[in-house]
Design a protein around this ligand. Structure first.
Ligand code: AMP
Length: 405
């Protein structure tokens, strides 16, 4: 029997998201999430897409090992169990791959040790990702486990974009450089954008705007990332749901010296209490837009700051690329908020950028063009699919190392 299924696992600090895909046609067989792992009442929500049935269970789930066992049981009830010979591999999202991992890797002890070594760079995410991998390995020791890194797509950035202008020996000692994140999304969306244009990725320059609760922009030249807005951590760059994005680093010294705040307090302030929520109390763009429509000044200012930053990055990446074929909007805000797309390119006609009001307002499922016909730069909405990208990379790697047929 040919093994064509890939299980994708995304382990957070207290959650485990999963999708089971059949790589013959990239279809979803099952999807779900275990939330509040380690708390008194955890919740598992499982959907079998083969039958359309959704089941929810709640009760204590002590740790990621227990969570994955519960997921395996749910999959088993639908005849999609983790012991199936049709399962080819498990693909894991790993947030930080540092400079070491430029491609997905089949997990072995050396790969695990390197992910562990990178924990200081992603103290919340990498330990959770490691737990997910170790748990999956103990359940199916015979099965290839593949680590797919959020940072890998950005490792093609030239040193001029990846380095901060700080003392080189200090930067090297502490591995301080711009790594970038959301890499699987930027990779997938830039390729899908080329497809939408009917051209090969190697021939196309794209600015990808991944605007979700976390947000990042990237400049992609001929399929390779040449700059991205997130840096050492996901805090740099665009205004996000709860993160500030770019600030003068001296804000931190000021808050320490004058405000008497601790490092942890400032970390929480900039990562959790800033961005849209810090500016107006809401981080959901739907809520902010309806407040703007009602004349709420605070929401208006938050929206304007969000758009101003976005526009600056579009201009910067236009300059970095020199020639831009397309701008792709993706993720929750990018795919759904027509007002954000319209405002982001307003006034940029001189750069060949505009949206067609009708096309931009129309809703649609797949990738679609929203710029006027004949526009110099195509503006597109390109839905992201990080799970499919992880599954595709996993399957390609496993298929290349084992003859699955
Ligand atoms: P993501 O992180 O990609 O799941 O995006 C989540 C964010 O997308 C939410 O916080 C909302 O701000 C935004 N979002 C989702 N749906 C819509 C919508 N219909 N209109 C505007 N924003 C939306």
């Amino acid at each position: 029997m040919t093994a064509t299924r890939v299980l994708v696992l995304n382990s957070g600090s207290s959650s485990l998201k999963y999708q089971l895909l059949d790589m013959r046609d990239s279809s979803r067989l099952a999807t779900g999430i275990v939330e509040r792992i380690g708390e008194r009442t955890s919740r598992l929500r499982h959907t079998a897409l083969t039958t359309g049935e959704t089941r929810e269970t709640s009760g204590p789930v002590a740790d990621h090992a227990a969570a994955l066992k519960a997921v395996a049981e749910e999959l088993g009830r639908d005849g999609l169990g983790m012991d199936s010979p049709e399962l080819a591999a498990i693909g894991h999202r790993v947030v930080h791959g540092g400079s070491s991992f430029t491609e997905p890797e089949i997990v072995d002890d050396a790969v695990l040790a390197e992910i562990e070594r990178l924990v200081p760079l992603a103290p919340l995410h990498n330990p959770a990702n490691l737990t997910g991998i170790r748990t999956a390995r103990s359940l199916r020791p015979d099965l290839p486990q593949v680590a797919v890194f959020d940072t890998a797509f950005h490792t093609t950035m030239p040193e001029s974009a990846a380095r901060y202008a700080i003392d080189v020996s200090t930067a090297d000692e502490y591995r301080i450089r711009r790594y970038g994140f959301h890499g699987t999304s930027h990779a997938y969306v830039s390729r899908e954008t080329a497809k939408l244009l009917g051209r090969a990725p190697e021939d196309v320059n794209v600015i990808v705007l991944h605007l979700g609760n976390g947000a990042s922009a990237s400049a992609v030249r001929g399929g390779r990332c040449v700059d991205t807005s997130m840096g050492l951590t996901p805090l740099e760059g665009l205004v996000m749901g709860t993160r500030s994005g770019d600030v003068d680093p001296a804000v931190i010294f000021h808050l320490t010296r004058v405000g008497g705040m601790s490092t942890d307090e400032i970390d929480t302030l900039l990562n959790k209490k800033s961005g849209l929520i810090g500016l107006c109390g809401d981080n959901d763009m739907r809520e902010i837009r309806s407040r703007v429509d009602e004349g709420d000044e605070q929401a208006r200012l938050a929206f304007d700051i969000y758009i101003h930053r976005l526009k600056k990055y579009i201009g910067a990446y236009y300059a970095v690329l020199g020639r831009v074929d397309a701008i792709a909007f993706t993720a929750g805000v990018g795919e759904n908020a027509a007002a954000v797309r319209e405002a982001a390119v307003a006034g940029l006609e001189g750069l060949g950028l505009a949206v067609d009001a009708g096309l931009n307002a129309a809703r649609g499922d797949g990738a679609r063009i929203v710029s006027p016909e004949g526009a110099r730069v195509t503006v597109a909405v390109v839905p992201t699919d990080e799970e499919l990208e992880i599954a595709t990379q996993t399957y390609a790697l496993v298929g290349a190392s084992h003859d699955l047929t």
